[in-house]
Design a protein around this ligand. Sequence first.
Ligand SMILES: [Ca+2]
Length: 127
Amino acid sequence: MVNIFCFLLLLFFIIIILYLIVADINECSTNNGGCSQTCTNTQGSFTCSCSSGYQLSGNGLSCVDINECTTSQHNCAQVCRNTPGSFTCDCNSGFMLNSDQRTCSGEIIAYLVNVCNHRPFKITIFS
Ligand SMILES: [Ca+2]
């Protein structure tokens, strides 16, 4: 009698375990699975992933900004400024950021004299 009871109990637990394996639970449907950005449901589990410019932290859940300025992942000619998920380029004093948002042009200051009134005037050119 005890053997039959033990067998049925064992069978019951095996059925429950098989049900949990086969019947996938979408962990992402509750609190985004704990992921700070993207949660992807998989059979029997889930994974977290991050948008471009972020990397998954050690806990596998949260995403942290990549500081492109402290690595070689930026292409700024002069100054790199880290931003959440990205970075921007800037220029040193006396330079102006070009339209490519990466390189800088130097400031050329020239002093000319107005031939009509003989007064000096300043022109500034970025090149
Ligand atoms: Ca960044």
